[in-house]
Design a protein around this ligand. Structure first.
Ligand SMILES: NC(=O)c1ccc[n+]([C@@H]2O[C@H](COP(=O)([O-])OP(=O)(O)OC[C@H]3O[C@@H](n4cnc5c(N)ncnc54)[C@H](OP(=O)(O)O)[C@@H]3O)[C@@H](O)[C@H]2O)c1
Length: 297
């Protein structure tokens, strides 16, 4: 039980209720996102499951509705590998909903063979960073009007291995799929940092987190990692355990005005020196805007 508790990690202790609150969770049809959705639905929130695979998302949503008795668990189409889809999602959301209290940027890909999004971005950077960057940009006014509100970016311990390679952002000169994941997770940390700085005084907070090593479908693109994940499954968190820090960042009362931080196991955690580099954070911000053709200042 000692080892099990150690592997399970921290639990969100908050009993906060979320009736009347609107939450978006990207990639919530499976894994950590689905368990985050289940918990927030249990707390009474209106939960928008934003996914590219609608059938898989509907299955998750109906399971959560049946289990929690919360009928306000809704599926919306969102493909983060296509800026057109992101814009359609945001337009549709803003037309149908009045408020947004929590945005959880959870969806992610790992270890993809070299590939590009519809807009020609390297897949990890495109989905994990640029897709969420654009989504947040499009929803920010609504978050501000719903304040106090929160943005939660699911990053990873893997950010420690990342660098922002401005000279080859799309990995066209050299590509390593493990590193590409690390770079994109560092981008999540730097985005959070710069976003929090810009949102000072708005009562919209932005925090990042590492969920732990979690048994999920994330390793699906790598045969070797899929096996390792099976062999060492005893040392992995369950998706429910892995969701605890996301839930903590989304609901904990004591984080109401905490922003720009990075958590793991429901506690502040160590950020790599690269993840604390304000110059890189600023440059990444402006390059991201250029790539997406948006003006965000
Ligand atoms: N598992 C871990 O050990 C671990 C460790 C550190 C950080 N994380 C982070 O935790 C987050 C959740 O990962 P997970 O472990 O729960 O993995 P997962 O089970 O593979 O879930 C990832 C989710 O992202 C969605 N997604 C992927 N590409 C998308 C796209 N283009 N548009 C919209 N949604 C997309 C997937 O949807 P489909 O199923 O439709 O593809 C799925 O719902 C990720 O950001 C990951 O980097 C995980």
């Amino acid at each position: 039980p000692g080892l099990w508790r150690y592997v399970a990690g921290g639990r969100c202790q908050s009993a906060a209720r979320l009736e009347g609150k609107v939450v978006i969770i990207t990639g919530a049809n499976t894994g950590i996102g689905k368990e985050t959705a289940r918990d927030l639905a249990q707390r009474g929130a209106r939960v928008i499951i934003a996914c590219r695979d609608i059938a898989k998302a509907e299955a998750a949503a109906s399971e959560i509705r049946a289990e929690t008795g919360n009928q306000q668990v809704i599926v919306k189409k969102l493909d983060l590998a296509d800026t057109k889809s992101i814009r359609e999602f945001a337009e549709n959301f803003l037309a149908e909903e009045k408020k947004l209290h929590v945005l959880i940027n959870n969806a992610g890909v790992m270890l993809c063979p070299y590939s590009k999004t519809a807009d020609g971005f390297e897949m990890h950077l495109g989905v994990n960073h640029l897709g969420h960057f654009l989504l947040t940009f499009l929803l920010l006014e609504c978050l501000k009007q719903s304040a106090p509100s929160r943005i939660v970016n699911v990053s990873s311990l893997a950010h420690h291995g990342g660098r922002i390679r401005f000279h080859d952002l799309q990995g066209e000169k050299s590509y390593n799929r493990g590193l590409a994941y690390c770079h994109s997770k560092l981008a999540n940390v730097l985005f959070t940092r710069e976003l929090a700085r810009r949102l000072q005084g708005t009562k919209v907070t932005a925090n990042a987190l590492h969920p732990g090593s979690v048994s999920s479908e994330l390793v699906r693109h790598s045969f070797v990692m899929s096996w390792l994940w099976k062999i060492f499954s005893f040392f992995l968190k369950s998706p429910c355990e892995g969701a605890q820090t996301s839930i903590y960042c989304a609901v904990a009362e004591e984080l109401e005005s905490v922003t720009g931080q990075y958590f793991s196991d429901c506690q502040p955690a160590y950020v790599s020196p690269h993840g604390r580099d304000d110059e890189t954070a600023k440059k990444l911000w402006s390059v991201s805007c250029e790539l997406l053709g948006i003006q965000w200042d």
